[in-house]
Design a protein around this ligand. Structure first.
Ligand code: ZN
Length: 391
């Protein structure tokens, strides 16, 4: 079957984006600083539709299709041509063509179209359903680096039999090993999913940590860290080891209490921790709070990944809001794709288009030069990630 061709990301809005900026945005290789692997095996339509809905953990009900959403429209618009179909091909036709391809064939058609030169991959979640970071790089023709999850590291140590009284030292040596490993560029906490941000962020004593590790280790497997003491310990230790720390903020599935994931609740931590880079991930609907924190603290950075995909055509407004308060040196590009390779490519297509429309407007209104706009693209698209993760 013939592979399709990518549609120009400025299709339909060519006249709104100055030509030099448009050409730069079409071709600049991105660093996707928060992303997961793609599905290793073909999935059925129910699984696919469930995987293009971030919030619900239920199957999509029979009276609706997840294609009828901003993300569904964007998939039909931008991904159908990659499969050799017309843009906006109907959902059933899209699904029929997609079903003829293996997971690897799909990945090889879609991933290179993202134009990502390096994927910084969070490998800590549902690892068996999705590719390793090395395989993601292979399928896309890029390179990859790894992010270590702090909660997973603690759970693995205790599940593998580390005695609770040895836990603080064992956790420190795991982080020291991560800091030495050339493939690992940072850590991540999913405290949003475990306790919310409104916890005591002071650095706990080893005695307290051992007591909480003992309580956790006595539970049935698999272990799930939900102790604020253990999480605060893990975050302070990552900072002490000089490792960048990604923090899941905002938008996620309904397990998390979204109202307890406002990044303003991190102020007590941000004010007192060693100033290693903190990366506030996705942030929606708190992108303005995150932008504020990024301009208030030298070590805080943020992205609006994940929501770019889910907002579809409305992601232009989100990208514009993300350019409101924060210095341009404090924002990074990410897709936060997980599973369908459509998400890896769409994150990039929608971001390039939104940056072109937003900055193109600035250039046309005389608020910056085209050279300024291109420099802003390069900072957010790759330069800031190179600096923050010392790539
Ligand atoms: Zn994420």
């Amino acid at each position: 079957m013939p592979a399709g061709e990518a549609v120009d990301v400025f299709d339909g809005v060519e006249r709104q984006v100055p030509e030099g900026l448009a050409e730069h945005l079409r071709t600049v290789p991105l660093i996707d600083h928060h992303v997961h692997g793609n599905f290793v095996a073909a999935v059925d339509r129910a699984t696919f539709e469930a995987s293009i809905n971030e919030g619900s953990t239920d199957p999509v009900p029979p009276w609706m299709s997840q294609f009828d959403s901003p993300l569904g429209l964007s998939i039909r618009r931008w991904c159908a041509p990659l499969l050799g179909l017309d843009a906006l091909a109907e959902a059933d036709a899209y699904w029929a063509r997609r079903s003829e391809l293996s997971a690897d064939e799909l990945a090889e058609l879609m991933l290179p179209a993202a134009g990502v030169s390096r994927w910084i991959v969070d490998t800590g979640f549902k690892g068996d359903l999705i590719t390793t970071h090395q395989r993601l790089a292979e399928l896309s023709g890029g390179t990859s680096s790894e992010i270590v999850r702090l909660e997973r590291t603690a759970e693995d140590l205790l599940e593998d039999g580390t005695a609770p009284e040895d836990f603080p030292a064992a956790f420190r040596s795991a982080l020291a090993a991560a800091a030495r490993s050339p493939g690992v560029v940072g850590t991540k906490t999913i405290v949003a999913y475990r306790t919310g941000f409104d916890i005591d962020w002071s650095r706990p004593s080893d005695t307290d940590v051992v007591a909480h590790a003992r309580e956790l280790a006595a539970r049935p497997r698999p272990l799930r860290v939900d102790s604020a003491v253990l999480i605060a310990f893990a975050v302070h230790e990552a900072a002490a080891h000089g490792l960048p720390i990604q923090v899941h903020v905002g938008f996620g599935d309904r397990d998390l209490d979204l109202h307890r994931c406002d990044p303003m609740l991190l102020l007590p931590l941000l004010r007192t921790m060693p100033p290693v880079p903190v990366l506030l991930l996705h942030c929606y609907p708190f992108q303005r709070q995150s932008g504020y924190l990024a301009q208030a603290f030298d070590h805080v950075n943020f992205d609006v990944g994940l929501a770019i995909n889910y907002l579809g055509t409305r992601s232009t407004g989100l990208v514009a809001e993300a350019l409101e308060t924060a210095p341009f040196a404090k924002q990074l590009y990410s897709s936060d794709a997980f599973g369908p390779p459509e998400l890896h490519v769409l994150g990039s297509v929608l971001w390039r288009r939104a940056m072109g429309l937003t900055l193109g407007e600035w250039v046309r209104a005389g608020d910056c030069t085209e050279t300024d706009a291109i420099r802003i693209v390069d900072m957010i698209g790759r330069g800031n990630a190179q600096r923050v993760y010392a790539l």
